[in-house]
Write a protein that binds this ligand. Sequence first.
Ligand code: HEC
Length: 145
Amino acid sequence: MRFVRIGALVGLVLLVVLQFVPGDAELTEGPSTALIVGPSAVVRILEASCLDCHSNQTSWPLYSYIAPASWLVTADVAGGRSRLNFSEWEELRLGFQKRFSRKVVERIEADEMPPWQYRLGHWGASITQEELEVLRAWRDELNAE
Ligand code: HEC
């Protein structure tokens, strides 16, 4: 019994200490720059499933403030923002917008986005077949220009 209590105490102390180890990204909203402008259906899909990691407007869940979960979440957001940030979309040259629109559809088709760990905590974030069609139409229109 005594060991259990000591173990619990050590665990508790460790958890407190962990809180002082920072993650990859700050839990910030980031600079509020122009969010992607596009058909409202497209923007709505991105908002519901992608923008937590691919924009500066992350809505941080409560567990993202507690290490070690915070490290995983901030790593995902830092990784997502660094590769594709819809808050900077309007500054991208058309060629990049075209390419990223293709990648968006590809990564969803491959069932890689949104990542599975995100879907665990965000029911309804998965892209439905209907939503995929909307994104495909957006990609096709953009790439036809
Ligand atoms: C939990 C955070 C998270 C969410 C939510 C998320 N992504 Fe990502 N995304 C990442 C990370 C991290 C990477 C970089 C690692 C990789 O490529 O797998 C990435 C990479 C990508 C890339 C590749 C960019 C490149 O330069 O190759 C695309 C495209 C993408 N995501 C699209 C999406 C779309 C579309 C959604 C919504 C349906 C989405 N992501 C949702 C975290 C996320």
